[in-house]
Design a binder for this molecule. Structure first.
Ligand SMILES: [Zn+2]
Length: 358
Protein backbone atom coordinates (compact mmCIF):
# COMPACT_ATOMS: atom_id res chain seq x y z
CA UNK A 1 0.00 0.00 0.00
CA UNK A 2 1.48 3.30 -1.02
CA UNK A 3 1.39 6.28 1.32
CA UNK A 4 -1.54 8.55 0.60
CA UNK A 5 0.75 11.45 -0.17
CA UNK A 6 1.64 9.66 -3.38
CA UNK A 7 -1.85 10.48 -4.57
CA UNK A 8 -1.04 14.14 -4.29
CA UNK A 9 1.42 14.08 -7.10
CA UNK A 10 -0.12 11.32 -9.13
CA UNK A 11 -2.43 12.69 -11.74
CA UNK A 12 -5.64 10.94 -12.68
CA UNK A 13 -3.88 9.55 -15.69
CA UNK A 14 -1.35 7.95 -13.34
CA UNK A 15 -3.83 5.23 -12.67
CA UNK A 16 -3.86 4.34 -16.33
CA UNK A 17 -0.13 3.59 -16.37
CA UNK A 18 0.99 0.04 -16.08
CA UNK A 19 1.29 -0.99 -12.48
CA UNK A 20 5.08 -1.36 -12.74
CA UNK A 21 5.66 2.12 -14.12
CA UNK A 22 3.28 3.60 -11.56
CA UNK A 23 5.11 1.84 -8.76
CA UNK A 24 8.51 3.08 -9.93
CA UNK A 25 7.33 6.66 -10.33
CA UNK A 26 5.66 6.61 -6.94
CA UNK A 27 8.78 5.25 -5.25
CA UNK A 28 10.90 7.98 -6.85
CA UNK A 29 8.47 10.62 -5.62
CA UNK A 30 8.51 9.23 -2.10
CA UNK A 31 12.31 9.23 -2.06
CA UNK A 32 12.55 12.75 -3.46
CA UNK A 33 9.95 14.11 -1.07
CA UNK A 34 11.44 12.39 1.93
CA UNK A 35 14.88 13.78 1.04
CA UNK A 36 13.50 17.30 0.73
CA UNK A 37 11.72 17.15 4.07
CA UNK A 38 14.72 15.57 5.78
CA UNK A 39 17.00 18.30 4.46
CA UNK A 40 14.74 20.89 6.13
CA UNK A 41 14.67 18.87 9.31
CA UNK A 42 18.44 18.61 9.50
CA UNK A 43 18.82 22.35 9.79
CA UNK A 44 17.45 23.88 12.98
CA UNK A 45 15.65 26.48 10.86
CA UNK A 46 14.50 26.41 7.29
CA UNK A 47 15.90 29.38 5.34
CA UNK A 48 13.44 32.23 5.21
CA UNK A 49 12.01 33.15 1.85
CA UNK A 50 10.88 36.78 2.10
CA UNK A 51 7.98 38.16 0.14
CA UNK A 52 6.14 34.93 -0.34
CA UNK A 53 3.15 33.79 1.64
CA UNK A 54 0.53 31.60 0.05
CA UNK A 55 -3.14 32.23 0.82
CA UNK A 56 -5.36 29.25 0.13
CA UNK A 57 -8.92 30.41 -0.33
CA UNK A 58 -12.12 29.57 -2.15
CA UNK A 59 -15.41 31.50 -2.33
CA UNK A 60 -17.06 28.13 -1.75
CA UNK A 61 -16.10 28.52 1.92
CA UNK A 62 -18.71 31.30 2.11
CA UNK A 63 -21.52 28.87 1.34
CA UNK A 64 -21.16 27.19 4.74
CA UNK A 65 -23.62 29.26 6.76
CA UNK A 66 -26.37 28.98 9.34
CA UNK A 67 -29.98 29.80 8.43
CA UNK A 68 -29.99 32.32 11.30
CA UNK A 69 -27.54 34.85 12.73
CA UNK A 70 -24.38 33.08 13.79
CA UNK A 71 -21.02 34.45 14.90
CA UNK A 72 -19.18 31.94 12.71
CA UNK A 73 -20.34 33.73 9.58
CA UNK A 74 -19.09 33.93 5.98
CA UNK A 75 -18.17 37.61 6.45
CA UNK A 76 -15.24 36.52 8.57
CA UNK A 77 -13.68 35.28 5.34
CA UNK A 78 -15.16 37.58 2.72
CA UNK A 79 -14.00 40.70 4.56
CA UNK A 80 -10.59 39.20 5.11
CA UNK A 81 -10.26 38.35 1.43
CA UNK A 82 -11.30 41.87 0.43
CA UNK A 83 -8.76 43.37 2.84
CA UNK A 84 -5.86 41.07 1.97
CA UNK A 85 -6.32 41.51 -1.80
CA UNK A 86 -4.70 44.91 -1.29
CA UNK A 87 -1.64 43.43 0.40
CA UNK A 88 1.26 42.98 -1.98
CA UNK A 89 3.32 39.83 -2.09
CA UNK A 90 0.61 37.27 -1.47
CA UNK A 91 0.12 34.28 -3.73
CA UNK A 92 -3.57 33.39 -3.92
CA UNK A 93 -4.48 29.82 -4.79
CA UNK A 94 -7.65 27.78 -4.77
CA UNK A 95 -7.62 24.69 -2.55
CA UNK A 96 -6.62 21.60 -4.51
CA UNK A 97 -9.95 19.95 -3.67
CA UNK A 98 -11.62 22.46 -5.99
CA UNK A 99 -10.14 20.76 -9.01
CA UNK A 100 -8.95 17.33 -7.90
CA UNK A 101 -11.13 14.41 -6.90
CA UNK A 102 -7.94 12.65 -5.78
CA UNK A 103 -7.27 15.36 -3.25
CA UNK A 104 -10.81 15.15 -1.85
CA UNK A 105 -10.37 11.39 -1.55
CA UNK A 106 -7.06 11.92 0.20
CA UNK A 107 -8.71 14.42 2.55
CA UNK A 108 -11.48 11.94 3.38
CA UNK A 109 -8.99 9.14 4.07
CA UNK A 110 -7.16 11.43 6.51
CA UNK A 111 -10.41 12.56 8.13
CA UNK A 112 -11.10 8.87 8.78
CA UNK A 113 -7.77 8.59 10.61
CA UNK A 114 -8.81 11.35 13.00
CA UNK A 115 -12.56 10.82 13.40
CA UNK A 116 -14.88 7.87 13.90
CA UNK A 117 -16.47 6.74 10.68
CA UNK A 118 -19.92 6.85 12.30
CA UNK A 119 -19.42 10.54 13.08
CA UNK A 120 -18.25 11.35 9.54
CA UNK A 121 -21.31 9.57 8.15
CA UNK A 122 -23.54 11.53 10.53
CA UNK A 123 -22.17 14.85 9.25
CA UNK A 124 -22.66 13.72 5.66
CA UNK A 125 -26.15 12.42 6.38
CA UNK A 126 -27.31 15.64 8.07
CA UNK A 127 -25.93 17.70 5.19
CA UNK A 128 -27.37 15.51 2.44
CA UNK A 129 -30.79 15.50 4.09
CA UNK A 130 -31.09 19.28 4.04
CA UNK A 131 -28.89 20.44 6.90
CA UNK A 132 -29.31 20.79 10.63
CA UNK A 133 -26.94 20.83 13.56
CA UNK A 134 -24.75 18.73 15.82
CA UNK A 135 -25.72 20.83 18.82
CA UNK A 136 -27.27 24.22 19.48
CA UNK A 137 -24.36 26.17 18.02
CA UNK A 138 -22.70 23.79 15.56
CA UNK A 139 -24.69 24.08 12.35
CA UNK A 140 -24.51 21.96 9.23
CA UNK A 141 -25.58 23.52 5.94
CA UNK A 142 -26.62 21.21 3.09
CA UNK A 143 -23.22 21.88 1.49
CA UNK A 144 -21.21 21.77 4.74
CA UNK A 145 -19.93 18.21 4.37
CA UNK A 146 -18.42 18.96 0.97
CA UNK A 147 -17.13 22.34 2.09
CA UNK A 148 -15.55 20.83 5.22
CA UNK A 149 -13.67 18.35 3.03
CA UNK A 150 -12.60 21.22 0.77
CA UNK A 151 -11.35 23.07 3.84
CA UNK A 152 -9.28 20.03 4.79
CA UNK A 153 -7.61 20.14 1.37
CA UNK A 154 -6.75 23.81 1.98
CA UNK A 155 -4.93 22.84 5.18
CA UNK A 156 -3.16 19.98 3.35
CA UNK A 157 -2.11 22.39 0.62
CA UNK A 158 -0.62 24.65 3.27
CA UNK A 159 1.41 21.70 4.57
CA UNK A 160 2.64 21.02 1.02
CA UNK A 161 3.53 24.67 0.50
CA UNK A 162 5.87 24.58 3.49
CA UNK A 163 7.33 21.13 2.86
CA UNK A 164 7.66 21.29 -0.91
CA UNK A 165 8.24 25.00 -1.59
CA UNK A 166 9.59 26.30 1.71
CA UNK A 167 6.77 28.82 1.56
CA UNK A 168 4.67 29.72 4.61
CA UNK A 169 0.96 29.42 3.87
CA UNK A 170 -2.35 30.46 5.37
CA UNK A 171 -5.43 28.27 4.93
CA UNK A 172 -8.16 30.91 4.81
CA UNK A 173 -10.89 28.34 5.17
CA UNK A 174 -14.08 27.47 7.03
CA UNK A 175 -15.53 25.63 8.88
CA UNK A 176 -13.01 25.72 11.74
CA UNK A 177 -11.90 22.51 13.43
CA UNK A 178 -10.02 22.65 16.72
CA UNK A 179 -12.99 21.72 18.93
CA UNK A 180 -13.93 18.65 16.89
CA UNK A 181 -12.99 15.54 18.85
CA UNK A 182 -12.45 12.08 17.46
CA UNK A 183 -16.08 11.22 18.20
CA UNK A 184 -17.92 14.45 17.58
CA UNK A 185 -17.85 17.99 16.30
CA UNK A 186 -18.76 20.89 18.58
CA UNK A 187 -18.10 24.61 19.05
CA UNK A 188 -18.75 25.48 15.35
CA UNK A 189 -16.21 22.80 14.30
CA UNK A 190 -16.85 19.79 12.05
CA UNK A 191 -13.54 18.14 11.07
CA UNK A 192 -10.33 18.76 12.97
CA UNK A 193 -8.28 20.43 10.26
CA UNK A 194 -5.14 20.89 12.39
CA UNK A 195 -4.94 17.29 13.60
CA UNK A 196 -5.66 16.08 10.08
CA UNK A 197 -2.94 18.33 8.65
CA UNK A 198 -0.46 17.03 11.24
CA UNK A 199 -1.40 13.45 10.42
CA UNK A 200 -0.84 14.21 6.75
CA UNK A 201 2.55 15.84 7.39
CA UNK A 202 3.69 12.70 9.20
CA UNK A 203 2.95 10.67 6.05
CA UNK A 204 5.04 13.10 3.99
CA UNK A 205 8.38 12.64 5.72
CA UNK A 206 8.00 14.83 8.80
CA UNK A 207 9.09 13.10 11.98
CA UNK A 208 7.77 15.69 14.41
CA UNK A 209 4.94 18.18 13.96
CA UNK A 210 4.05 20.93 16.43
CA UNK A 211 0.61 22.50 16.69
CA UNK A 212 0.36 25.92 18.32
CA UNK A 213 -3.16 27.07 19.13
CA UNK A 214 -3.52 30.77 19.83
CA UNK A 215 -7.31 30.77 19.50
CA UNK A 216 -8.72 32.11 22.78
CA UNK A 217 -10.48 28.79 23.41
CA UNK A 218 -8.76 25.54 24.28
CA UNK A 219 -8.60 23.19 21.29
CA UNK A 220 -10.05 20.22 23.13
CA UNK A 221 -10.51 18.36 19.86
CA UNK A 222 -6.87 18.65 18.84
CA UNK A 223 -5.77 17.52 22.29
CA UNK A 224 -8.19 14.59 22.16
CA UNK A 225 -6.87 13.38 18.81
CA UNK A 226 -3.12 13.91 19.29
CA UNK A 227 -2.69 13.13 23.00
CA UNK A 228 -1.38 9.64 22.27
CA UNK A 229 0.76 10.72 19.31
CA UNK A 230 4.34 11.15 20.50
CA UNK A 231 5.30 12.64 17.13
CA UNK A 232 2.92 15.58 17.62
CA UNK A 233 3.15 18.29 20.25
CA UNK A 234 0.19 20.54 20.99
CA UNK A 235 0.31 23.81 22.86
CA UNK A 236 -2.72 25.96 23.61
CA UNK A 237 -2.97 29.45 25.07
CA UNK A 238 -6.54 30.13 26.13
CA UNK A 239 -8.77 32.13 28.42
CA UNK A 240 -9.21 30.44 31.77
CA UNK A 241 -12.80 29.37 32.36
CA UNK A 242 -13.82 29.88 28.74
CA UNK A 243 -15.51 27.44 26.38
CA UNK A 244 -15.28 24.42 26.46
CA UNK A 245 -13.96 24.49 30.04
CA UNK A 246 -11.05 22.16 29.23
CA UNK A 247 -7.28 22.57 29.06
CA UNK A 248 -6.04 22.81 32.67
CA UNK A 249 -2.38 23.60 33.15
CA UNK A 250 -1.62 20.22 34.75
CA UNK A 251 -2.90 18.19 31.78
CA UNK A 252 0.15 16.99 29.83
CA UNK A 253 -1.24 14.09 27.77
CA UNK A 254 -0.36 10.40 27.73
CA UNK A 255 2.90 11.14 25.93
CA UNK A 256 3.70 14.36 27.77
CA UNK A 257 3.09 16.12 24.48
CA UNK A 258 0.48 18.67 25.59
CA UNK A 259 1.03 22.10 27.09
CA UNK A 260 -1.95 24.12 28.27
CA UNK A 261 -1.56 27.74 29.25
CA UNK A 262 -4.82 29.09 30.67
CA UNK A 263 -4.63 32.84 31.18
CA UNK A 264 -6.96 35.15 33.14
CA UNK A 265 -9.53 37.23 31.31
CA UNK A 266 -8.32 40.61 30.09
CA UNK A 267 -4.69 39.51 29.86
CA UNK A 268 -2.72 41.75 27.50
CA UNK A 269 0.55 40.98 25.75
CA UNK A 270 2.49 42.95 28.36
CA UNK A 271 0.52 41.72 31.38
CA UNK A 272 1.26 38.03 30.93
CA UNK A 273 0.52 36.77 27.43
CA UNK A 274 3.92 37.78 26.09
CA UNK A 275 5.79 36.24 29.01
CA UNK A 276 3.85 33.00 28.60
CA UNK A 277 4.62 32.93 24.90
CA UNK A 278 8.33 33.62 25.28
CA UNK A 279 9.02 31.65 28.45
CA UNK A 280 6.72 28.64 27.98
CA UNK A 281 5.43 28.27 24.42
CA UNK A 282 8.66 28.86 22.52
CA UNK A 283 10.83 26.54 24.69
CA UNK A 284 8.16 23.80 24.54
CA UNK A 285 8.13 23.96 20.75
CA UNK A 286 11.87 24.52 20.34
CA UNK A 287 12.81 21.48 22.45
CA UNK A 288 10.69 19.30 20.17
CA UNK A 289 12.64 20.32 17.04
CA UNK A 290 9.55 20.17 14.82
CA UNK A 291 9.78 19.70 11.07
CA UNK A 292 6.61 21.77 10.74
CA UNK A 293 4.69 24.20 12.94
CA UNK A 294 0.93 24.30 12.37
CA UNK A 295 -0.78 27.30 13.92
CA UNK A 296 -4.45 27.07 14.87
CA UNK A 297 -4.90 30.73 14.05
CA UNK A 298 -7.96 31.94 15.88
CA UNK A 299 -8.47 35.65 16.39
CA UNK A 300 -10.90 35.68 19.28
CA UNK A 301 -8.14 36.71 21.71
CA UNK A 302 -8.44 40.19 20.20
CA UNK A 303 -9.73 42.71 22.72
CA UNK A 304 -12.71 43.55 20.49
CA UNK A 305 -13.92 39.97 20.10
CA UNK A 306 -17.61 39.63 21.10
CA UNK A 307 -17.29 36.05 22.40
CA UNK A 308 -14.25 36.28 24.68
CA UNK A 309 -12.44 38.61 27.05
CA UNK A 310 -8.75 38.51 26.20
CA UNK A 311 -6.96 41.72 25.32
CA UNK A 312 -4.59 41.19 22.40
CA UNK A 313 -4.14 43.70 19.59
CA UNK A 314 -3.61 42.89 15.88
CA UNK A 315 0.06 43.87 16.28
CA UNK A 316 0.54 41.18 18.93
CA UNK A 317 -0.04 38.52 16.26
CA UNK A 318 2.81 40.02 14.27
CA UNK A 319 5.02 39.71 17.33
CA UNK A 320 4.09 36.04 17.72
CA UNK A 321 4.94 35.31 14.09
CA UNK A 322 8.26 37.15 14.45
CA UNK A 323 9.10 34.98 17.45
CA UNK A 324 8.12 31.80 15.59
CA UNK A 325 10.05 32.88 12.52
CA UNK A 326 13.20 33.48 14.54
CA UNK A 327 12.99 29.90 15.83
CA UNK A 328 11.58 27.95 12.93
CA UNK A 329 12.26 29.98 9.80
CA UNK A 330 9.70 29.28 7.09
CA UNK A 331 8.47 25.99 8.53
CA UNK A 332 5.17 27.61 9.53
CA UNK A 333 1.61 27.37 8.32
CA UNK A 334 -1.58 28.86 9.70
CA UNK A 335 -5.19 27.81 9.41
CA UNK A 336 -8.15 29.90 10.47
CA UNK A 337 -10.01 28.82 13.60
CA UNK A 338 -12.19 31.26 15.58
CA UNK A 339 -12.39 35.04 15.81
CA UNK A 340 -15.65 36.93 15.44
CA UNK A 341 -14.93 40.64 15.07
CA UNK A 342 -15.16 40.83 11.31
CA UNK A 343 -13.55 44.28 11.25
CA UNK A 344 -10.45 43.38 13.24
CA UNK A 345 -9.80 39.82 11.99
CA UNK A 346 -8.50 40.98 8.58
CA UNK A 347 -6.03 43.37 10.22
CA UNK A 348 -4.82 40.70 12.62
CA UNK A 349 -4.33 38.19 9.80
CA UNK A 350 -2.33 40.74 7.84
CA UNK A 351 -0.14 41.30 10.90
CA UNK A 352 0.24 37.53 11.27
CA UNK A 353 1.76 37.10 7.82
CA UNK A 354 3.57 40.43 7.53
CA UNK A 355 6.92 39.22 8.94
CA UNK A 356 7.33 37.01 5.86
CA UNK A 357 6.53 39.73 3.32
CA UNK A 358 9.16 42.03 1.90
ZN1 LIG B 1 -12.19 30.28 19.66
Amino acid sequence: MLPKCCMLVSSNSGFRFTSVIFLLISLMIILLRSTLVKSFALSSKAPVKQGTVKIIYSPKFLEHKAPYFHSECPERLSRTEEFLRNVEGLEWVEPSGSVSENRLNLALSLVKKCHLESYIKEVESIARSGGGGLDFDTFIHPKSYDIALLAVTAWLDAVDSVLMENKPAFALARPPGHHATRKRGMGFCLFNNAAIAATYALTCGCERVAILDWDVHHGNGVANIVEDMSSVRYCSLHEFGGYPMTGPSDERGKEGNLLNIPLPSYTTWSSGYGDAFVQSVIPFLRDFKPDLVIVCAGYDALSSDPLASMNLTPADFRTMTELLKSEFGSKIMWGLEGGYDVIEIPKAIRETILPFLS
